[in-house]
Design a protein around this ligand. Structure first.
Ligand code: FE2
Length: 604
């Protein structure tokens, strides 16, 4: 493609993923990531698949530009190819529970039209294959000069798994597995059979697996055959996503000798055993595939992306048992990360450059609110709070007081994360040594299944003393064994594993300082870090979202930048007044910025 940017011109390039699940927008400025966010955080609709109008506007505002100043926009998949697969599958909306249902998408020109009309972008729109967008989102943010790349998901247009060589000459695919044969769809199908929601419950299956025994390996292996040259085949007799509303066929129920678990139904040992068997087969197949990839490329470094790359247990095994020396997993490995990849590819095509300027060191590319913006919100809410502006050390000591006393603290600081993990910007924190904390967090705060584990944050310099981890793990994307001298029941899974986030003081200074302060007080450089949301809701984005959570869940204290609120000092009945208060305070963000609706309410 001929570069279209003028030499010396500051190039602003956007990326969009949309119309499947987890839509998102991203912005690169001069080859550096400037902003990225999922639409769900603004719309408050979990896994929002719609055109990311709010996220896109946020990106432009963050970059200080209007839509006319975008040099180009990258779109994360080919509408024509996607539609051809959907038509082949015989359903206008795609495969059963997974697909869009809007007939408008029968028109492959619809995404471009929506971008023109919905986002106001009049410049070039460059379209890239779904898996190429995934691959770019991993490789170009990895910092590797060359690497092998594996992209694995449910389905893109046609591809479900693609093997890549990546280097100065770009991304070169050399083998691919096509729909309907898909590791992602295998996992999603059994997720559905186990009574969890597709595209949401896969984490729950992974978390359930260690409670079971691999008693159904033979049966699960009948569902998927791993073949030569990186290929695999599903036995389609057991699947129904090509025709029906369900993912699985009656033959699958016969194979396991049990009906599907109803949503919210009792979890039996059978369900845990099946989850364990599925997880083990996935790990075995993935290990085989990365060995094939290594043999073909000879590369020392591996990049992973696509929804299956969020399986952190499999990632841990790939790291430990696989042939690669280094591993980079795109933290927004699902389809929201496609926006990042599409933006990068559009930047490279537009400028003729071959790489990005900076590897990804954190995921804080969303919006932030200063203490000066939050202060009038708190004043208007009429809630008692402590003001630590200019006194960070005292704030951290006050937070440690509460954590050491067994409280759950909502921690709102800096720019919101992109990707499914909260990494210290929109997190709920607690003491990992507390034996009752896991149950309390699940039942009272997160309001979710009791078996689900929590992950720890640990100071990077202390990680090796508590976990079988010999490298930084900043994105919480792989599990490892806990080998701490401390008893850490809240973050240690039933199989003795954990999914740590290592915190580098240079990347996250205040969060690292909090961990250090907790260590000084307690001897423990580790905190429970779970995403700041309750079941069924996206992670909080705004101070108002956080205040709502304080009012409606079991959080004990809330840090909003330099302010600290204690639930105990909030008047009884305040939570019931929240809807009234919100309705009174709500005003469009446009009042301040003139361009974007945002859930920060100005009080003038
Ligand atoms: Fe994908």
């Amino acid at each position: 493609m001929i570069p279209i940017a003028r030499a010396g011109h500051k190039v602003n390039v956007g990326g969009i993923s949309a119309h499947f699940h987890e839509s998102a927008a991203a912005l690169l400025q001069g080859g550096r990531l400037a902003a990225a966010a999922e639409e769900e955080r603004f719309s408050r609709l979990k896994h929002d698949p719609r055109l990311p109008v709010r996220a896109f506007r946020f990106c432009l505002r963050q970059g200080g530009i209007g839509p006319q100043e975008l040099t180009a926009l990258g779109y994360y998949e080919s509408p024509v190819e996607k539609l051809s697969r959907q038509l082949w599958a015989g359903l206008p909306g795609g495969p059963g529970e997974l697909g869009d249902s809007d007939f408008a998408w029968l028109d492959p020109a619809a995404p471009e039209r929506a971008i023109r009309e919905g986002l106001g972008h009049e410049g070039p729109i460059l379209t890239f294959d779904h898996h190429r967008s995934h691959a770019a989102s991993a490789f170009y943010f990895s910092g590797f000069e060359e690497a092998a790349v594996l992209t694995v998901d449910g389905v893109g247009e046609w591809a479900t798994t693609v093997y890549w060589r990546a280097g100065a000459s770009g991304l070169e695919p050399f083998e691919r597995v096509e729909f309907p044969h898909s590791l992602g769809l295998l996992y999603s199908t059994l997720t559905s059979y186990l009574g969890f929601e597709v595209n949401d419950g896969e984490y729950k299956v992974m978390g359930l697996a260690p409670y079971g025994a691999p008693r159904y390996l033979a049966e699960v292996r009948r569902l998927v055959a791993s073949l030569e040259r990186g290929q695999l085949r599903l036995d389609l007799r057991y699947f129904d996503f090509l025709r029906g509303r369900r993912m699985f066929s009656p033959a699958l129920c016969d194979l396991f000798g049990a009906p599907p678990r109803a949503r919210g139904g009792e979890l039996l040992p059978f369900h845990a055993d099946l989850a364990r068997s599925l997880q083990q087969v996935l790990e075995e197949v993935l290990l085989e595939k990365v060995r094939y990839l290594h043999a073909q490329t000879g590369s020392e470094d591996l990049c992973l992306a696509g929804g299956v790359a969020l399986n952190c247990v499999a990632n841990g095994r790939i790291r430990r048992e696989g042939p690669f020396r280094r591993l980079f997993v795109q933290p927004a490995a699902g389809d929201s990360g496609g926006a990042l990849g599409a933006a990068v590819l559009a930047h490279l095509a537009t400028t003729g450059s071959r790489s990005l300027r900076e590897p990804l060191r954190h995921t804080g590319w969303g919006p932030e609110w200063s203490a000066e913006e939050i202060a009038p919100l708190l004043a208007a809410a009429g809630l008692p709070f402590l003001d630590f502006r200019g006194r960070e050390a005292e704030l951290l000591e006050a937070v440690v007081d509460r954590l050491a006393a067994g409280q759950v603290v909502g921690w709102f600081h800096g720019r919101m994360e992109i990707g499914p993990r909260a990494l210290g910007a929109r997190s709920l924190l607690a003491d990992p040594r507390d034996p009752g904390m896991r149950e309390r967090l699940n039942a009272q705060v997160k309001k979710r299944e009791s078996f689900r584990p929590f992950a720890p944050s640990v100071l990077e310099s202390e990680a090796a003393a508590h976990f079988a981890l010999d490298h930084p793990s900043p994105f919480m994307l792989e599990t490892c064994a806990v080998r701490s001298p401390l008893d850490l029941p809240a973050i240690t899974h039933v199989d003795g594993s954990a999914r740590p986030q290592t915190v580098d003081p240079e990347v996250a200074p205040r969060y690292a300082a909090l961990l250090a302060a907790f260590q000084r007080r307690t001897g423990c450089p580790i905190l429970v870090n779970t995403s700041f949301n309750v079941a069924g809701e996206p992670i909080v984005a705004t101070p108002t979202d956080a205040l709502l959570s304080l009012g409606t869940s079991g959080i004990d204290a809330l840090v909003l930048e330099d302010f600290l609120l204690d639930r105990a000092s909030i008047p009884a009945g305040w939570a019931a007044m929240l809807p009234v208060w919100l309705a009174r305070q709500r005003s469009p963000f446009a009042r301040r910025e003139g361009a974007i609706e945002r859930d920060l309410y100005t009080f003038v």
